[in-house]
Ligand binder design. Structure first.
Ligand code: BV8
Length: 274
């Protein structure tokens, strides 16, 4: 493992015929979308993942969980792709056999021009029926007592800084009635993969296939702690690919990478795509 300047990494990318770009929340950080685990600003520092990103949490309080995802969706809608997203799309233009595999549930890769990113953890923009994922589900036009457009989201059923009080009953006045599915009367849920849920089989299989076949895997902005997604760079390394990491901080992936570029997505990627 060595750290080379972006020029060296750009040369490695320039020689590649098949590239995988594997991204995490850090990819969207410079667009103003909070990551999960960064101290203080990370979503998990403010909210309790167990309380908000699991099927049990949704079953226990669909209004709380739906409201949190609507707030996140509104923040993504207000965000713009950053130079890092644009550089990834440029790499796809330069090397047609580039596959983008993202853990992110935002749509910033698509809005930057990436053709068909593989979303391992679903999307904030793909609500689905709790009963049957094949049922059409649309975003509700129900008004929410918490404006999803506002800059802050307060967990009104518990202490805002850390929703740990699981017994707290939501205030009646704030209930956000998630809509029923158009066919079966079940609730509509966010189209993301929660902790304890299996990843979409086709997406995971496509990501593993791409990682196995690529010459270079570029991992950007992920802490590499959530499985099975965190296996993807390891699959590429085991298959003999050159693995390049872009992250301002060390991660558990450091030992898997041939090249570690200590920098940010928007700061480093444009030089790689030049
Ligand atoms: C599964 C969608 C099995 C939702 C997410 C108990 C029960 C069941 C499973 C488990 C369990 N214990 C552990 C597990 C496994 C679990 C897991 O891995 N847990 C971890 C926490 C230990 N995994 C699962 O539950 C998965 N499912 O195992 O199912 C199964 C099998 C068959 C049948 C049934 C069940 C599902 C995991 C998916 C969870 N959903 N998101 C939502 O968004 O709310 S995960 C969430 O974390 C995100 O999606 C993200 O993808 C993921 C990883 O986070 P990162 O993207 O890496 O972001 P993070 O904040 O951590 O790091 C940001 C990085 O960026 C940092 O390194 C930072 O330095 C860097 N950075 C910051 N700024 C920049 C930057 N880099 C570049 N530029 C910058 N500017």
């Amino acid at each position: 493992m060595e750290s080379v300047l972006p020029a060296g990494a750009a040369e490695l990318l320039g020689q590649a015929r098949r590239i995988v770009v594997f991204t995490g929340a850090g990819m969207s950080a410079e667009s103003g979308v909070p990551t999960f685990r960064d101290d203080l600003t990370g979503l998990w520092a403010q909210f309790d993942a167990e309380r908000l990103a699991t099927p049990e949490a949704f079953a226990a309080d669909p209004d709380l969980v739906w409201g949190w995802y609507e707030w996140r969706r509104a923040r993504v809608r207000q965000a713009q792709p950053n130079p890092g997203h644009l550089a990834v799309a440029a790499i796809e233009e330069l090397v047609p056999e580039t596959v983008v595999v993202t853990q992110n549930v935002d749509d910033l890769h698509e809005r930057a021009g990436s053709r068909a990113p593989i979303h391992l953890h679903g999307s904030l923009f793909a609500p689905r029926c709790v009963g049957d994922a094949a049922h059409p589900a649309a975003f509700p036009d129900v008004a929410t007592s918490q404006s999803a457009e506002s800059g802050e989201w307060q967990d009104q059923s518990a202490e805002p800084e850390k929703a740990t009080d699981k017994s707290a009953e939501p205030d009646e006045g704030r209930r956000i009635a998630p809509p029923c599915c158009t066919r079966c009367g079940a609730l509509v849920r966010p189209g993301v993969v929660w902790f304890g849920e299996a990843l979409p089989e086709a997406a995971l299989a496509a990501a593993v296939e791409a990682a196995t076949a690529c010459d270079v895997l570029l991992t950007v902005g992920t802490s590499g702690v959530v499985y099975p997604a965190a296996e993807i760079p390891r699959v590429a390394a085991r298959a003999g690919a050159v693995v390049i990491q872009v992250n301002p901080e060390p991660t558990p992936l450091d030992g898997v990478c041939d090249v570690n570029l200590r920098g940010t997505a928007a700061g480093v990627l444009p030089a790689l795509a030049a």
